[in-house]
Design a protein around this ligand. Structure first.
Ligand SMILES: [Zn+2]
Length: 202
């Protein structure tokens, strides 16, 4: 069992760190890897598939991702852990073909929206061993990589929606956020502990 002191509180939108461009990380140093390990524990605790450093108030170009694995029957199994660390990731190629995918975000919990993005991208990054890696990804992996790299540039998925859909989404989020702050929610225990939102009233 992970103690909550080993976890980060996750920032809710709006927060200035979420809308700022993050700085380059120093590389796969022990300090960077410690941040990434703590972020991984946090994303597992929050039941997410990806988490970018600005979401935990660390303005560095880092993110963690675990989208599980696809089983033999073709179904994705999130319990088959396959965590990945991305240090200073950069998209170096995107396909012209786009795809629409429903996205959510741990900084806007409960909000979902269909975002159109390039179907395939090539991402270059430093991995946990300090190796420079280049990978071309598609499907869920491509969506997540692009969503997380957006966070490093201060961009949330709501900004990728059409104006009409964005206005609707932001209206919904204003209400959701109010409810979270008022009632507290299970997945916001960490934010409560950090004093970002008040604890649930008994
Ligand atoms: Zn997100």
């Amino acid at each position: 069992m992970t103690s909550t002191t080993d976890l980060y509180p996750i920032l809710l939108q709006p927060h200035k760190t979420l809308s700022a461009a993050a700085e380059d990380a120093p590389g796969a140093t022990p300090a960077t890897l410690a941040i990434l390990e703590k972020m991984l524990a946090t994303v597992y605790r929050a039941d997410g598939v990806g988490l970018a450093a600005p979401q935990v108030n660390v303005s560095q170009r880092l993110f963690v991702m675990d989208i599980g694995q696809v089983r033999e029957d073709g179904k994705r199994d999130y319990s088959l852990k396959s965590p990945k660390f991305y240090i200073n990731p950069k998209i170096i190629w995107s396909s012209d073909v786009t795809v629409s995918h429903q996205e959510g975000c741990l900084s806007l919990p409960g909000l979902w929206g269909d975002v159109v993005r390039p179907a395939q991208v090539t991402v270059a990054y430093i991995d946990r061993d300090g190796q420079l890696v280049e990978e071309t990804v598609d499907g869920l992996e491509s969506v997540c990589v692009q969503h997380e790299i957006d966070h490093l540039d201060g961009i949330l998925f709501t900004q990728r929606l059409s104006k009409l859909r964005r206005d609707i989404a932001l209206g919904k989020w204003a209400k959701l956020r109010k409810d979270i702050v008022k009632n507290g929610a299970e997945f916001d225990v960490l934010a409560q502990e950090a004093g970002i939102i008040p604890a649930r009233k008994k």
